[in-house]
Structure formats: structure tokens, C-alpha cells
Design a protein around this ligand. Structure first.
Ligand SMILES: [Mg+2]
Length: 213
């Protein structure tokens, strides 16, 4: 696995993301999942969350066609909202720059819980180099499964950068060193603020990799 970055909350944020997810499902299912239903979901990837909501609503799990329909509707909603004059994504400039600089000498991937089409749209909006591989949420994969897949397909060194406890848990499950962004992921790993400068991001990651060797 390469040096992998989560997207939302790690490289930037899209503030109304969960509203748009619910609205997209409302369009596909004819009924919008409630905030409370969303809150009860345990998963951290789009497949897991939409599968859990489908289970609550219809009493059975999601299938690939249902996931595809969600993805198409969700990308459409994001394209409508994240457009000039409506809403803007916020990119964490130093983290983005640090990631791009690391990508010049090491393998860097984006491993995110967004459905692949949504991840493609968001990474484009944040100005992420198209040469950096993206791995989004796949059917029947949790976040640790995605990290294991990256580990098989990409070369080392291996590390995960994320902003939430579920990112840390996935890194631990995959046996990877972890660097946190922001204050929502407590622990004894190295941690950086969202406005960290690129040099600090690079140093924290290189130090964490050095410790893991
Ligand atoms: Mg995140």
C-alpha cells in the first residue's frame, strides 16, 4: 500500500455532504432517510451506510444495481450544489500541497468512503492531480478492506492519513501507521491541524514512517 489519504475532513470538506446523500436516496427510493436513521448507521463508507439505510427501509440489504443508482443520483446532486455561485468545497491547502509533494517521490493514493463517481468529482473539485490513484467505496468492502486492497495493489511505504476514529480503526486493522488531521481522532499517533503547512505534513508522515520501519 502506498501513502494513503482519506478525503473528507482530511484533504478538505464539503459541508452539506450528508444532506445531499439523504436527498439523493430520497430521489431514488421515493422516501428520504431521516437524520436519525443516518445517525444509527455504523459504517463509514458509502456502500456500508447506504446498505444499512436500505436494510432499515426495505428489510433487506443493498445490491450492486441499487448502489449504482444511489451513486448516479448523489453525483448529480453534488454537481448541482458544488458549482460556482452556489456552494464551494474547502480544500486544506497545506495538506493538499504536502500530499502532492510526497507524490513526486512516493506512491500516494486517495482511499475514501465516497462512492467512486463521487470521489472522482470531489477530487477534481479539490484540484487533486489526476495521476494520483483514487480508491472509493466498493460493494461489500469496509474501510479496512479498501486499505487491504490498496496494500495489495500499490507499493510501499505504507501509511494512512485520516480525520476520524473510523480511519484510525481501519489503519490498525490493516496494520498501518497513522497520521491524524484535526481534533476528531484522539490517540497517541502524530496529529496535525487542518491548516498545517505542507512542510509539517511531510515531516509528520516521514517521521511516522521512520518509526514504523
Ligand atoms: Mg474523513
Amino acid at each position: 500500500m502506498p501513502i494513503c489519504f482519506d478525503l473528507d475532513g482530511t484533504l478538505g470538506h464539503f459541508s452539506s455532504g450528508f444532506v445531499l446523500l439523504r436527498e439523493a436516496l430520497g430521489q431514488v427510493w421515493g422516501q428520504t432517510p431521516t437524520v436519525d436513521e443516518l445517525r444509527r448507521c455504523q459504517g463509514s463508507t458509502d456502500w456500508e451506510i447506504v446498505d444499512e439505510l436500505h436494510q432499515m427501509r426495505f428489510g433487506q440489504g443493498l445490491d450492486e444495481a441499487g448502489y449504482q443508482a444511489y451513486e448516479t443520483a448523489c453525483v448529480t446532486r453534488f454537481r448541482e450544489v458544488f458549482t460556482p455561485g452556489v456552494q464551494a468545497a474547502v480544500g486544506y491547502r497545506g495538506v493538499l500541497e504536502g500530499m502532492h509533494r510526497l507524490a513526486a517521490t512516493a506512491q500516494v493514493w486517495i482511499v475514501s468512503g465516497n462512492a467512486p463517481g463521487l470521489l472522482a468529482f470531489k477530487t477534481e473539485l479539490l484540484g487533486i492531480d489526476a495521476a494520483i490513484p483514487r480508491l472509493g467505496s466498493l460493494p461489500r468492502h469496509n474501510r479496512a478492506d479498501l486499505l487491504h486492497r490498496a496494500l495489495r495493489e500499490g507499493s510501499g511505504p505504507h501509511l494512512y492519513v485520516g480525520d476520524r476514529p473510523h480511519d484510525l480503526a481501519a489503519a490498525l486493522a490493516a496494520g498501518l501507521p497513522f497520521v491524524g488531521i484535526g481534533e476528531a481522532v484522539p490517540g497517541d499517533h502524530p496529529s496535525l491541524p487542518q491548516d498545517a503547512a505542507a512542510e509539517h505534513v511531510i515531516t509528520a508522515i516521514e517521521t511516522a514512517l521512520g518509526r514504523a520501519r
